[in-house]
Design a protein around this ligand. Structure first.
Ligand code: FE2
Ligand code: FE2
Length: 156
């Protein structure tokens, strides 16, 4: 069964939501917090990369979607900054969770804006075959990026 780009992106949004929900329930410098943060960091790095290439770059070609596409790409940078901020803090820092909750709010805002506003307009400018092809390309890119991290883990 072929899926479209919206389903492919939504699947990975759910992965991020689950990780975040668990992450903001962790306490102090714990193995759970470290593990969940590493996973979330990877998702919040890989997903936007593949999404910009196989969703936003075609949307930038259309007048109806260019502004929304640019807005989302700017939000990807804001999310990156919050991830960097968490990365630089000690896991035991009491402010860690405060920043993690800021990330949670910003990320949820971003994902639901994509799902509720951008997917609708994008649905009108992309053809059915483009939607299917982009899903394939997006998923291939995600597997490729995940494969890279697998190699990295084996090297350690
Ligand atoms: Fe995004
Ligand atoms: Fe997304």
């Amino acid at each position: 069964m072929t899926i479209n780009i919206f389903e492919a992106l939504r699947n990975d949004h759910e992965v991020q939501r689950e990780l975040l929900a668990k992450l903001i329930n962790t306490h102090g410098d714990s193995p759970e917090r470290r593990k969940l943060f590493e996973k979330l960091k990877k998702e919040v790095t890989d997903h936007p990369k593949a999404e910009e290439r196989y969703f936003y770059s075609p949307l930038i070609e259309h007048d109806q979607t260019i502004d929304k596409a640019r807005h989302s790409v700017a939000e990807h940078h804001e999310l990156d900054e919050l991830i960097d901020q968490l990365d630089e803090m000690e896991f035991s820092n009491t402010a860690w969770l405060t920043v993690a909750k800021q990330l949670s709010e910003k990320l949820e805002h971003h994902l639901s804006e994509e799902e509720h506003e951008i997917f609708q307009v994008a649905g009108k400018v992309l053809s059915s075959s483009e939607k299917a092809l982009l899903a394939q390309e997006y998923n291939t890119e995600m597997h490729h990026l995940e494969g890279d991290s697998g190699d990295l883990k084996q090297a350690h």
